[in-house]
Structure formats: structure tokens, C-alpha cells
Write a protein that binds this ligand. Structure first.
Ligand SMILES: Cc1cc2nc3c(=O)[nH]c(=O)nc-3n(C[C@H](O)[C@H](O)[C@H](O)COP(=O)(O)OP(=O)(O)OC[C@H]3O[C@@H](n4cnc5c(N)ncnc54)[C@H](O)[C@@H]3O)c2cc1C
Length: 449
């Protein structure tokens, strides 16, 4: 049998593609997922947290970001107004499947005032409207998507696509790990971050155009919650962007956790830092990342290796994550357990090794981070205090970006690629929206609507 469409990957991107194809009456659709089915996934296994029906979305923080500027580069494909409408429509599908009604960060006089003050301080405030599903609700909502596809789309879990089959520049189907060949008129590859290496291999084998990825490197900042209270009370999760004075590099805040905790995470053998906050448990601190986005000079094109190298340096020096008081960094000395003992900010990650981040970061990164902290001081006095803690390294890796058309089609006819694995998105809502774009294009081709 020839399928009309085969979708590789049952994360938010693939699930939304499947829903839209079914809603448009496209039959013979197969959704392939290498991991386990939703209810069989074990949240304790690092691999199963990312792979399985629901993708990385199943154990995500569940924040649906409605801003067109956050969570991907769909803005480069879709005009602003249309993208805004698309994200609203995508969000509505989540609400129809059980996401809570409430939206945080709606525009208000306080947000406008903060944006104005940020501008004077040399910062751009990106207002972000967020629907917070809550980690604990993600699985239930995905379960409703699963039910809604029942009987309309064939699903095979624990089935890995090995190769994309192409004949004369046109997709023919996929070859499974088991050796089975599946023929299809259209294929949508939606393998997510966990399948990004597979996607890159396929793109190279098929001669698809790719753009080098980027890496964002920086620190996790921790300070007493009152210092940032006005900001975190006004905007649920503010994104502030600064172009550093000396290097004119883009520096931004990321993943703000009021009353949260700093945590470590393991990234393919490297220990990096992150942060989170609980709904029902509060620390006395707020933490957020300051990340520097670097534009590398040619011929270098392996930012992932660069990011790993920097993170490994911190591990080499501290056996894991390093922590330093801003005052010590500025005075050119390492932090010690004794000095940390005199710090007014009590670290929520006691395992971090007191050390010296200037041994880890290149000069341009360190200076850009310091200049960002100076700019933040103007809107939140107390940020540039010697008692502010800096943990390193925080690093965000992104997938290689595959060249696609406005419909998310690659240079191979009827082969589409969407979501985080194609390097087009970095968040739940844009990943889901990219699935809608590809599925509508396929429905138009197959059904004429
Ligand atoms: C801890 C964590 C928290 C997050 N929190 C948020 C948040 O609060 N808000 C937000 O917007 N985003 C968040 N994200 C990011 C978000 O989860 C992703 O942006 C989103 O899931 C991307 O969707 P996707 O469908 O492109 O990929 P994924 O969700 O990664 O799904 C891809 C699926 O494809 C499968 N696959 C890969 N290769 C193959 C193959 N060859 N054959 C068959 N199947 C394959 C994988 O097993 C996987 O299940 C978070 C991510 C993590 C890891």
C-alpha cells in the first residue's frame, strides 16, 4: 500500500501535522515514532524524556509562548500578522484539548512602562504572552491529541525511520530500521532535537541545503528575589535583549525562575547549569540565564563543538558547575567556600564548586555578560551587586537548519521537514504551527484544499 503521507516523529510538530491532515480528510496517513507510546514512557529515563509519543513536549515545562519572536524562526517564512493568527489558532487547539484558559503577561500599563525604562537602559523588552499548561498537565493534553487521532491516523510506536527514500529528486517513502520499506506520496520529517543528528545525516545524503547552527553560551544568574520582583511580577517571563557595548554582541536573558532553584543537567557527558521553579515550593532567590549569541568567523562552522569545549572547561576546573560571586569576578579573584559563606545570596545549588569563571569564558563573552548586568542594574537596582552569583556554564545547542520553502518543503519534491529537528523551531507552539503549515500544503496538493 502507498500512504498519502508518512510523518517521522510524534512530537508536537508531527502530531499537529497529523491532526491537520486528518481534519482535511487526507486518509492513509502514518505517524512513526521511534520511542514508546505515551503511557508507556518512563520519565526517569533521560532518553525516554525526549523520545516517545508526545516527543520532548511530554515532559516540557508546558509554557506555550504566543510571541512571534520566541520559539523559532517562523517569522522568516510567514508575515507577522499571519504568523500571529497562526500561533493563536495553534494555541486554540491546545485549549480545545484541555490547556488552561489563563494567559500570563498580557500587555498592561506596567509592561509598557517597564519596556520604556528598559529602552533607556539599552535593553529591549520582548513582551511574551504565555499560556502555562504546567509540566504535570502536558501528558493529559497530549493524551487527548492521541485520542483525537484514533481511527483517523495510523500510528506505529517503537518504529524508527532509518532512511528517507528518494527517486529522481522526489520522495518515495521511508526505510524502517527493521528493513521494511514504506511507500508514500509525501513525507514529513519531524524528528525533534533528539533526531537532529539523523536529520543532518539525511540532509547530507540527499544534498539538501543546510545553514550552520548557532550556540548560545553564558551563565545562570542568581540573586535575592526582591531585586527582580518588579520585573517578574509585571511580566511572567521577561526576555530582555542587549547589544553589548564593546563587542556589539547579542546578549539576552532566558528562562527566568522567580523564587526558583538552580540545577545541573547532563548533556552528553557534560554537566551544565539550568534553572527551574515549582508551583508549590519557593526559594528566596530568582534565577535566570544570560546568554551570548556568537556569530563565528569563517571557515569555522561547528558551534556545537565550540559550546561543548567551553562547558567542558568548567567541568575540568570544577568537576562540574562553577559558581562565583560577581564581586570576586570583578576583583579578579576566585570565589572560595569562605567567601561564598559571606555572600548575601545563598546559593540554591550547593554542589557548585566555588571558582573563577574568567578561566572558562573567552574575554568577549565575559565582557558581554558584565555589560548586560550593568544594563540590567538600571532597571533592577541590586543586579550588579558583588553578592550576585554567577554559575557556569549554561549552554543552548540548536539543530542544523535545513533549507525549506515557505511551505516547509525541502529541495526534494514532497519531502517536508518541520519542528526543532529541522532547526526551524525551538518551542512547543512554533513546532506545532510548523506542522500545520506543512500539513495544509500537503492537503492542498492531495485534495485541492
Ligand atoms: C526539559 C524541557 C523543557 C521544555 N520546556 C518547554 C516549554 O516550557 N515551552 C516550550 O515552548 N518549549 C519547551 N521545550 C521545548 C519543546 O519541548 C520542543 O520545542 C518541542 O517538543 C519540539 O517539538 P518537535 O515535534 O519538533 O520535536 P520533539 O518534541 O523532540 O519530537 C520529535 C520526536 O521524533 C522522534 N524521532 C526522532 N527521530 C526519529 C526517527 N528516525 N524515527 C522515528 N521517530 C523519530 C523522537 O523520538 C521524538 O519523540 C522544552 C524542552 C525540554 C527538553
Amino acid at each position: 500500500m502507498e500512504y498519502n503521507a508518512v510523518i517521522v516523529g510524534a512530537g508536537p510538530a508531527g502530531i499537529f501535522a497529523a491532526l491537520i491532515l486528518a481534519d482535511h480528510g487526507v486518509d492513509r496517513v502514518l505517524l512513526l515514532e521511534q520511542g514508546k507510546d505515551l503511557n508507556q514512557r518512563n520519565h526517569k529515563s533521560p532518553e525516554e524524556r525526549l523520545c516517545g509519543w508526545g516527543g520532548a513536549g511530554a515532559y516540557s515545562d508546558g509554557k506555550l509562548n504566543l510571541s512571534t519572536e520566541i520559539g523559532g524562526v517562523l517569522r522568516e517564512f510567514i508575515p507577522e500578522k499571519t504568523l500571529h493568527e497562526l500561533l493563536e489558532a495553534t494555541d486554540k487547539v491546545y485549549v480545545d484539548h484541555g490547556a488552561p484558559d489563563r494567559i500570563f503577561g498580557e500587555s498592561s500599563a506596567q509592561v509598557e512602562d517597564l519596556a520604556l525604562r528598559a529602552k533607556i537602559a539599552g535593553l529591549e523588552l520582548i513582551p511574551s504572552r504565555i499560556r502555562h499548561m504546567g509540566t504535570e498537565n502536558c501528558k493529559d493534553i497530549l493524551g487527548r491529541f492521541r485520542e483525537s487521532l484514533q481511527g483517523r491516523v495510523e500510528t506505529r510506536t517503537e518504529t524508527k525511520a532509518k532512511l528517507l527514500l528518494v527517486e529522481r529528486d522526489r520522495i518515495r517513502g521511508v526505510l524502517l530500521d527493521s528493513g521494511e520499506e514504506i511507500l508514500a506520496r509525501c513525507v514529513i520529517a519531524a524528528p525533534g532535537r533528539s533526531g537532529a543528528a539523523w536529520m543532518k545525516e539525511q540532509a547530507e545524503a540527499l544534498g539538501l541545503g543546510t545553514k550552520p547552527t548557532s550556540v548560545d553560551i553564558g551563565v545562570r544568574v542568581e540573586l535575592p528575589a526582591p531585586v527582580f520582583k518588579e520585573i517578574t511580577d509585571t511580566t511572567y517571563e521577561s526576555k530582555l535583549i542587549h547589544y553589548s557595548k564593546t563587542f556589539d554582541e547579542k546578549v539576552r536573558t532566558f528562562c527566568m525562575n522567580p523564587y526558583g532553584e538552580v540545577v545541573t543537567e547532563e548533556n552528553a557527558g557534560i554537566i551544565t547549569v539550568n534553572g527551574h521553579s515549582y508551583a508549590g515550593k519557593r526559594s528566596e532567590n530568582t534565577n535566570f540565564a544570560i546568554l551570548v549569541s556568537s556569530a563565528f568567523t569563517e571557515p569555522f562552522d561547528d558551534p556545537i563543538a565550540y559550546g561543548r569545549y567551553i562547558a567542558r572547561l568548567a567541568n575540568l576546573l570544577g568537576g562540574g558547575v562553577l559558581v562565583q560571586r560577581l564581586g570576586d569576578l570583578l576583583a579578579g579573584r576566585r570565589s572560595t567556600t569562605e567567601r561564598l559563606g559571606r555572600c548575601l545570596t545563598r546559593p540554591t545549588l550547593p554542589d557548585a564548586t566555588p571558582g573563577d569563571l574568567s578561566f572558562v569564558f573567552p574575554y568577549r563573552h565575559l565582557l558581554s555578560i558584565i555589560e548586560m548586568l550593568q544594563a540590567l542594574e538600571k532597571i533592577a537596582p541590586g543586579v550588579y551587586s558583588r553578592h550576585t552569583l554567577l554559575y557556569g556554564v549554561e549552554v543552548k545547542f540548536y539543530s542544523y537548519r535545513i533549507d525549506v520553502s515557505l511551505e516547509m518543503e525541502t529541495a526534494v519534491k514532497d519531502l517536508f521537514t518541520i519542528g526543532d529537528g529541522a532547526g526551524i523551531t525551538r518551542g512547543l507552539l512554533q513546532a506545532s504551527a510548523s506542522g500545520i503549515v506543512a500539513a495544509k500544503a500537503i492537503a492542498r496538493r492531495l485534495k485541492g484544499h
